[in-house]
Design a protein around this ligand. Structure first.
Ligand SMILES: *[C@@H]1O[C@H](CO)[C@@H](O)[C@H](O)[C@H]1NC(C)=O
Length: 329
């Protein structure tokens, strides 16, 4: 779930943010196409922030949890069945002030949510925090990287069945592993993950999900690669994907054989595997409000919802209905 994170793109982003242009573009585009499709649920919520990076459904609370980017914390959108609810801020992490909040994962079994924090422009700080779902008190805040370390861009997080957290580094293509109590336990690196060195590969390891069979699935945005990382051996293999997942951002595991890959264009792809993710096939695509830039996917009541980076006075979480790809087997 990365915002494009190299310094040139960051500068571009900054320019975009300080101008009123994106808001007016959004307003003019909203009057067309995707909003008018019937039988689909587009949740539009009021928000004061221009960028919202990730939204995940919290079933126990009946709400979407949203990382509020420059807000440096979390917000919630509840009342999801009424028109245009307002976002409510739940938590701001004071100890990482100045960093942005990015990927998040709801660890419902342990009654907590984990959030990634990153230094957007200088890439000199990275952390992951865990918070109680009932009152958003901090359980732990673990620094992953600081000014004395190599630059990094912590991006997204997944949690395994034992409560270990795995955080992707979109800049250095590694994965930090943090134990359930918050201790940094290892850093997973592999030549396979790092092999993309060409100048145009700016956003690396990004969306990550834990598969109940004991491995992580991780997407490399600019390489268009999907990797499978065994959580006990830390062995990395590449999933042989038929079809393109180039630009893949946030992931969601829908079932043991299906994941959703959010992206800029199309907004989401459905990817399926029948051999425990040694090979996979892109079987469907969904195009939502492209100008808002899809960044994350989540599942709610058997449906897929895609959240978007950019908004003005409102943000959109749209239901993804996939069109089958004719080339899919
Ligand atoms: C991120 O948080 C750390 C820890 O508090 C702080 O030292 C650093 O200055 C923050 N980064 C930015 C860009 O403000």
């Amino acid at each position: 779930m990365a915002i494009r994170c190299c310094s040139c793109r960051s500068t571009l982003l900054l320019l975009l943010l300080v101008s009123a242009v994106p808001i007016s573009i959004i307003v003019s585009l909203e009057s067309t196409t995707w909003t008018s499709s019937p039988n689909r649920h587009h949740l539009r919520y009021r928000s004061l922030g221009l960028v919202r990076e990730c939204a995940k459904w919290d079933a126990s609370g009946g709400r979407f949890l949203v990382s509020n980017f420059f807000g440096g914390g979390l917000a919630e959108v509840s009342d999801v069945d009424v028109g245009a609810p307002a976002e409510r801020t739940l938590m701001r992490e004071p100890d990482v002030a100045g960093n942005v909040s990015l990927g998040l994962v709801v660890d419902g079994g342990r009654g907590r949510v984990l959030v990634v924090f990153s230094d957007l422009f200088r890439h000199r700080y990275a952390a992951v925090g865990a918070y109680r779902l009932d009152n958003f008190e901090r359980i732990f805040l673990t620094r992953l990287s600081g000014p004395e370390d190599e630059t990094s861009f912590a991006d997204d997080v997944a949690v395994d069945s034992d409560g270990n957290a795995y955080v992707t580094d979109a800049k250095r293509n590694k994965i930090w592993k943090v134990g359930s109590g918050g201790a940094l336990s290892s850093v997973i690196r592999s030549p396979l993950l790092e092999r993309r060195k060409e100048w145009y590969h700016l956003v690396g390891l990004n969306g990550i999900v834990y598969h109940p069979n004991g491995y992580l699935l991780v997407v490399h945005t600019d390489g268009g690669d999907l990797f499978r990382v065994d959580t006990s051996t830390e062995e990395v293999t590449q999933v042989d994907v038929e079809g393109s997942i180039l630009g893949g951002d946030g992931l969601e595991l829908l079932s043991p054989t299906k994941i959703v890959v959010a992206a800029f264009r199309p907004s989401a792809r459905l990817v399926e595997s029948s051999d425990d993710w040694r090979t996979a096939t892109v079987t469907g695509t969904y195009s939502g409000p492209l100008h808002r830039v899809a960044a994350a996917a989540t599942a709610k009541d058997g449906k897929v919802y895609v959240s978007h980076l950019f908004g003005g006075r409102s943000h959109v979480i749209s239901e993804a209905v996939f069109s089958p790809l004719s080339s899919a087997k």
